[in-house]
Design a protein around this ligand. Structure first.
Ligand code: LLP
Length: 409
């Protein structure tokens, strides 16, 4: 996380100290590094540069329109999963011919929107969805471009709640169903089967499941003899949240992707989310109260599980780091918790931590992906602000939600 680092004892994002930001803005807030987003995009693309892939940033990871605009400028497309995300991606300037639309439950309205906008691919997840798309396209007198999503039945080592590529998961079509769909797809006259797509899960730190997936794709291409114009290899590339997380090595996989691309003469698409934005933000929050428990001290923060869900939802590990280091020791174990009235509104426990006082500021790390986008109004709390830094420039990219907007619903 080189864009978020200490200079002496002060935490900095790019060239601005977080201490300075908290003197100007009320906590809690998300704080991003624009340089980090740009750097991650470049290095992801660089991993696969030989294959010249289209990168469709997975908007669900972070749907702030200013982040989308930054990525659009870099040349990114978008992977969307709802009509809302589709409209937002277009509003950010991303051209429809760089947008792919996944999801098992697209509504007729969303399908109509996607067809009207002429997006690159609607990634179909069931035979019945294909039938509906064909019908809607017919009514609109259009031939629409689709991809068909494979469920390769591959167990990618990750948290069980974010795995998507096993037979028991709701996503995509099994190998046999997909092959028979491909062989019969001509009957759906308003569809153009342009792609095969796959996404096996998220936060995957081993390259092996990705390699296995390529082998299943080869098998299908050989059996169907279809020359797919696009092969969409999805996202899922993990980042290192904790010291024991192994950094994924994409070198070997990227060579295999390039071999595959040449052999089948197709265009490669990737849909990374976390790898682009995950380590680019911190959530800055204040210690509201310290409270003595029977065998630990609770540091009760002013940010809760409504602001950042990943820990409560997936038992994720996110370190909490001080905004100013003091090099003194805290007495006994310390647990960071939030204010929401749920036992799971807790973040992390440390046996050793620096001396902490009430009103100190701390930062939850690596919250750029599935942070703000997963936050909610639970306990009738307004959504918090999002701020981005570019070198020395500080920009609010989402204002804290006005509490009044919640009072009439
Ligand atoms: N493409 C598809 C079809 C997806 O379903 C996803 C994520 C992605 C791409 C992007 O995956 P990424 O590169 O970010 O791993 N909320 C969970 C993660 C859910 C992922 C859902 N699908 C979390 O916070 O860990």
């Amino acid at each position: 996380m080189s864009y978020v680092r200490y200079k002496n004892n002060d935490l900095f994002v790019e060239n601005v100290s977080v201490k300075k930001i908290v003197s100007k803005f009320n906590t809690p807030f998300y704080l991003y590094s624009e340089g980090g987003v740009i750097q991650n995009y470049k290095s992801f693309l660089n991993n696969f540069k030989k294959s010249r892939p289209l990168i469709c940033f997975s908007v669900k990871a972070n749907s702030n329109i200013q982040i989308l605009k930054i990525l659009k400028k870099m040349g990114s497309g978008a992977d969307v999963v709802s009509g809302g995300e589709l409209l937002k991606a277009i509003k950010s300037g991303i051209k429809p011919n760089k947008i792919v639309f996944s999801g098992v439950g697209k509504t007729e309205e969303e399908i109509r929107l996607a067809i009207k906008k002429n997006i690159l691919l609607i990634n179909v997840e069931s035979e019945n969805e294909a039938i509906l798309i064909n019908k809607v396209a017919g009514k609109l007198k259009k031939k629409t471009s689709i991809g068909i999503r494979l469920n390769p039945d591959i167990n990618a080592p990750t948290h069980k709640k974010i795995s998507t590529g096993k037979a028991e998961d709701k996503f995509g079509l099994s190998k046999t169903s997909l092959i028979s769909f491909c062989l019969n797809s001509k009957k759906l006259r308003n569809l153009r089967l342009n792609a095969i797509s796959v996404h096996i899960g998220s936060q995957i730190l081993s390259e092996n499941p990705f390699k296995k997936t390529l082998r299943v794709l080869e098998e299908i291409i050989k059996k169907t003899k279809i020359n797919f114009k696009f092969v969409d290899l999805g996202g899922g590339f993990g980042i290192t949240y904790k010291k024991s997380d192994r950094k994924i090595n994409l070198k070997n996989y990227s060579n295999l992707v390039e071999k595959f691309r040449r052999k089948y003469n197709c265009n490669i698409i990737f849909e990374p989310g976390r790898a682009i934005v995950g380590d680019t933000a911190i959530l800055v929050t204040k210690v509201q109260y310290l409270k003595k428990g029977s065998n630990k001290t609770f540091a009760i923060l002013n940010a809760g599980m409504n602001d950042f869900m990943r820990i409560a939802l997936y038992d994720a590990v996110h370190n909490i780091i001080p905004v100013v280091k003091n090099n003194k020791k805290n007495k006994g174990p310390l647990e960071f918790v939030g204010p929401i009235c749920e036992t799971t509104c807790k973040f992390i426990k440390y046996n050793k931590y620096q001396k902490l006082n009430q009103s100190d500021y701390v930062a939850i790390s690596d919250v750029g992906a599935y942070g703000a986008s997963l936050s909610s109004n639970y306990n009738t709390k307004p959504l918090i602000a999002e701020i981005i830094i570019n070198k020395t420039k500080v920009r609010v990219i989402r204002k804290k939600q006005d509490i009044k907007s919640l009072l009439n619903q």
